[in-house]
Design a binder for this molecule. Structure first.
Ligand code: GFB
Length: 296
């Protein structure tokens, strides 16, 4: 989802010499493949968006894969970028790097000040390692490697698998299917009280290009929309957009995860970037483009 959004953004901005690979073509978990790819293609600028990602349940169930795959991807790409003299690299992390009870909105200084949310600790540890790799390669070797931490994302090419996905695509699918089948209720996980901030992936792609062009510092940067909403309110918004008229019920056997996750965007806004896609507009545009999904 993120890689293809950055690709679209680069094309729309007039860039032509863009190298992209799917995971089927290049498995970034294997160092030999990564180093020979970098030696052959010699990219000058690298957007490191590749990652093993998923929602709260997938993070919790596939703990080994979320840690191992992400560590390998980051270590291989960052090291190969150093070896082949990449001019600049942008590493993308996640808002889950922050301690579960860090003060809100989350400031960059809160990194490593407390315990992580248990359900996504392996993913968070891998993403923290990515930040630290960029910082270490900058301080030891002088590499211009920067990091950005996006908030919860959604958009074209999202994952709609109900076990593995994040809440926003999961609820779009659940409400749409319930409407089609005439079901009387849609079951959402957890209490609905956790607060989340969502951002359309096209906004992240825009911010990524902006940072690639304008930011050259050691410290990582939060990238958020500033839109915070409870999971229940999100469900009600999606229900309205889809046009479903039944009830919303809760499955309290599923975890809530971190209670609140709102980014402090001060650093990014001071640099001159701001998100432009509102949550309601973003969900409407995503919902309008789903006709090709096999479940639709
Ligand atoms: O989006 P989500 O899976 O991930 O869940 P996190 C957010 C909230 O929505 C949780 C609730 O409180 C879920 O219990 N929820 C309600 C649902 N209904 C559903 C549903 O049908 N599916 C899903 N998936 N959730 C992930 C992290 O955390 O966010 C990752 O595990 C990463 O590491 C990612 O940071 C951005 O926001 O809780």
């Amino acid at each position: 989802m993120v890689g293809s959004a950055i690709y679209r953004k680069l094309i729309a901005s007039g860039y032509t010499n863009i190298i992209g690979r799917s995971s089927a073509e290049l498995d970034l978990r294997f160092q030999d493949q990564v180093i020979s790819f970098f030696e052959r293609e010699r990219p000058a600028y690298v957007f490191l968006a590749a990652a093993k990602v998923g929602g709260i349940l997938a993070n919790n169930q596939y703990r080994a894969e979320f840690l191992y795959d992400n560590l390998m991807i980051e270590a291989n790409v960052i090291h190969a970028s150093f070896l082949t003299g990449v001019e600049k690299l942008l590493f993308l992390g996640s808002s889950c790097i922050y301690p579960k009870h860090a003060p809100q909105p989350l400031k960059e200084e809160s990194l490593l000040t407390g315990l992580l949310e248990e359900t996504n600790e392996p993913y968070a540890i891998a993403k923290i390692a990515g930040i630290k790799l960029c910082e270490a390669y900058r301080s030891q070797y002088g590499c211009n490697f920067i990091s950005a931490m996006p908030t919860n994302l959604y958009g074209p090419n999202d994952n709609y698998d109900l076990q593995g996905s994040h809440v926003l695509p999961a609820l779009i699918r659940k409400f749409h299917e319930a409407k089609k089948k005439g079901s009387s209720e849609v079951v959402m996980w957890g209490s609905g009280t956790p607060l989340r901030e969502f951002m359309h992936v096209d906004d992240l792609a825009d911010a990524s290009l902006f940072l690639m062009q304008h930011y050259n510092e050691a410290g990582f940067i939060n990238v958020g929309s500033g839109d915070e909403i409870s999971i229940l309110e999100l469900a009600q918004m999606i229900k309205k957009i889809v046009g479903y008229e039944g009830a919303i019920t809760h499955d309290s056997s599923k975890p809530d995860g971190t209670p609140r996750k709102l980014m402090d965007n001060t650093r990014l806004t001071q640099l001159g970037w701001k998100s432009t896609i509102t949550l309601e507009d973003g969900i409407r545009s995503v919902y309008a483009q789903l006709a090709n999904e096999e479940w639709y």
